[in-house]
Every structure is written in structure tokens, then in C-alpha cells.
Write a protein that binds this ligand. Structure first.
Ligand SMILES: NC(=O)c1ccc[n+]([C@@H]2O[C@H](COP(=O)([O-])OP(=O)(O)OC[C@H]3O[C@@H](n4cnc5c(N)ncnc54)[C@H](OP(=O)(O)O)[C@@H]3O)[C@@H](O)[C@H]2O)c1
Length: 327
């Protein structure tokens, strides 16, 4: 459930830099540049929409530490940017020169078609002339750069980044800084560098991967055998990757194994009924939101949306969500 949101961002400058080039970076770049009148037809939270209406940002730089082939965004999301109205996607063709290993990866007979597509798209963006910033807003992709310093008095005014080269390290191409640095003037720097799972009390944990060790959702103990009656799904199961659909498939897999364990007698039969379970949950968690509560939140949000012709108006504080759930 959402925590109370009190974060505010300074959108008074003309440029923002996002560090990291995964799909979250693309989402943020899009929200910062799309016309707020368009966003007003979506379920964006009201306070965010109001802040964006006052925003001066005209250019968002997406800074990736590795090259265009290693960019973390997925190809459909990268392609979708081309369809944004009045927003130019800018790539400097010089940034698209490939190192020897990346070139070999791309040219390999068994290269993933999605890899070639990702690169071709970047080339197509690179070939497009970018009109003046006064005409359109823009999203600029920079590759092979890592931030090394933020400068400014009382607020960020610029970001220094170092140009990287790629080297092979244990079968992976990683970024290594060169001696070349560059400065970007910016009034806002955002970080979109992914996530890592944290341990869950009393469960085994794989520190390196940030996941609870499991086989198809069944939690596996240090001795390699399943931990009785404990299952995981989502990012704590397979790491912080994939789109919403991947989480759906993932949870179906886990539940199928849970049900199969139950029907083959691998799980102890329940000692009490549904009502006892409900009472126990309510005793342990007074703020519990069940399916009916979720439906009540959904109703409250969509009803508020109806009044303003929007799909929904999101409740953004924990208190408001709990209040709606109780009604
Ligand atoms: N529309 C959608 O379907 C959608 C929308 C949002 C998110 N998602 C999914 O949600 C998951 C998380 O997305 P995400 O964008 O948060 O994470 P992500 O895909 O893991 O991307 C993280 C980015 O941050 C970079 N990075 C990590 N550590 C860094 C560091 N110390 N310095 C500089 N750069 C660093 C990574 O570079 P390296 O590659 O070099 O590590 C990568 O570019 C992804 O699977 C994503 O596809 C999907």
C-alpha cells in the first residue's frame, strides 16, 4: 500500500537528467515531457498533474552507463517514444559507434532479433533532425556515461559525468571509466537505477541476487529441500525484471505449485476454517485490506474519476486508502 507521499521535485529548470536507462527511466522521461492536458485524461494523481502543469522542463536527458546495445529499456517501450506528440527523441550518432565486442554480438548469426531492432531504432532516432528546443520538447539519450559529481549552490545546477568504455568481466560487458568527462547543466537529477530485494524475516536469502531461493515459487532452504508451506512470487522470486504480464505468469506458476502440493498431500491440512483465519488476520493486522476493501478503493477512485471524465482519480495517502476501504 502507498505510503503518504510528501516528495516534491523542483521542475523550475529547463532540463532534467535521469541516471539509468531502464523502462522506469523512459516512463519518467515521458511523464516529464508529455503535454499535461494529455496526462489529464489518464489516472495520474492530481498533485502530480498540478506540479507538471507548472513545470518548465523542456528537455530530459537519459544517461545510460553502457552502450546502446546494453540499454536496459525494452524495444517496444523504446519504439513507443516515437509516437509521442510534439516530443523529439534525440540520439547523437557518435554515441552509436559500437566497440568491437558489441559489434560482434550484433553481427553474430544467432543474435537476438530484438537486439538488432533496439540498435536500428537508436540509429533511426539518430538520423532524425531535431528541431529547435523552442519548437518541441525532447528526450535525449546519452550512452556510456556515469555521473561523478553534482554541482550547484543550494540546489543542483550541473552534473559531471565520465565517459565509459566497455570491458568484458565474467562473461558480461561492464562499464569502465575513461579519462574523458563532460558537464550537463541541469536543474534536476533523478535516479532510475533499478531495485534489489531485501531479506524477509525467517526466510533464506540470496544476497547476490536479492531473491528468496526457490524452485518455481517453492522456497528452498539452505539444505536444498523445500521450506514447508512457504512460497514466493514476483520480484522477490525472480529479481526486479519483467513487465506486469511477467508477474501475472509468475504468480500463476507459484499458485499452481501450491495447489499441487496441497492436493498431493505435501501440505498439512488446515487446522481451522476460513472464519478462524479471518479473525487471526484481523487480530494481527488491524489495517488489513481484503478483496472487498480493494473493491471499495477501486469504486471510490473510479467514481471520483467519473466526475472529471477521467478513468480514476488516485487516492495517494495511506489514510485515504484505508478510509475508502472501510466504506
Ligand atoms: N512499461 C513497462 O513494461 C515497464 C515500466 C517500468 C518498469 N518496468 C520493468 O520494471 C523493471 C525495473 O525497471 P528499472 O528501469 O527500474 O530497472 P532496470 O531495467 O534494472 O534498469 C536499471 C538501469 O539502471 C542502471 N544502473 C544500475 N545501477 C547503476 C549505477 N550504479 N550507476 C548507473 N547506472 C546504474 C542499469 O545499467 P546496467 O544495465 O549497466 O546495470 C540500467 O540502465 C524492469 O524489468 C522493467 O522492464 C516495465
Amino acid at each position: 500500500m502507498a505510503r503518504n507521499i510528501s516528495t516534491t521535485f523542483d521542475l523550475s529548470g529547463e532540463r532534467a537528467v535521469i541516471v539509468g536507462n531502464g523502462n522506469v527511466a523512459l516512463d519518467v522521461a515521458r511523464v516529464l515531457t508529455v503535454d499535461p492536458d494529455h496526462l489529464a485524461t489518464t489516472d495520474i494523481a492530481n498533485h502530480a498533474l498540478e506540479a507538471l502543469r507548472r513545470s518548465n522542463i523542456r528537455e530530459v536527458v537519459v544517461l545510460g552507463r553502457r552502450g546502446p546495445l546494453q540499454a536496459a529499456y525494452t524495444t517496444p517501450e523504446f519504439l513507443a517514444l516515437a509516437h509521442l506528440e510534439n516530443i523529439d527523441i534525440v540520439v547523437d550518432p557518435a554515441d552509436l559507434e559500437l566497440d568491437h565486442t558489441s559489434r560482434a554480438l550484433l553481427d553474430a548469426a544467432d543474435a537476438e532479433p530484438a537486439l538488432a531492432m533496439k540498435y536500428t531504432l537508436a540509429q533511426e532516432y539518430g538520423a532524425m533532425p531535431a528541431p529547435e528546443l523552442s519548437v518541441n520538447k525532447r528526450i535525449v539519450f546519452r550512452y556510456l556515461g556515469s555521473p561523478v559529481a553534482l554541482r550547484g549552490t543550494g540546489r543542483v545546477e550541473s552534473l559531471d559525468f565520465v565517459h565509459n568504455e566497455l570491458i568484458e568481466d565474467r562473461g558480461r560487458l561492464v562499464a569502465r571509466p575513461t579519462a574523458r568527462t563532460e558537464t550537463i547543466e541541469t536543474g534536476l537529477v533523478l535516479r532510475a537505477i533499478g531495485y534489489k530485494g531485501t531479506p524477509v524475516k525467517d526466510l533464506p536469502f540470496d544476497e547476490a541476487r536479492g531473491v528468496v531461493p526457490n524452485e518455481h515459487g517453492r522456497v528452498i532452504g539452505p539444505d536444498g529441500s523445500p521450506v514447508h508451506g512457504v512460497y514466493v512470487s514476483g520480484w522477490i522470486k525472480r529479481g526486479p525484471r519483467g513487465v506486469i504480464g511477467s508477474n501475472r505468469t509468475d504468480s500463476v506458476e507459484t499458485v499452481e505449485h501450491l495447489l499441487s502440493d496441497f492436493s498431493t498431500g505435501r501440505l498439512a491440512p488446515p487446522r481451522a476454517g476460513r472464519e478462524t483465519l479471518k479473525a487471526l488476520l484481523a487480530e494481527r493486522q488491524s489495517d488489513l485490506v481484503d478483496r472487498d476493501g480493494w473493491k471499495a478503493i477501486d469504486r471510490a477512485e473510479t467514481t471520483a474519476g467519473d466526475a472529471s471524465g477521467r478513468p480514476r482519480v488516485k487516492l495517494t495517502t495511506r489514510a485515504a486508502l484505508l478510509e475508502a476501504a472501510r466504506e
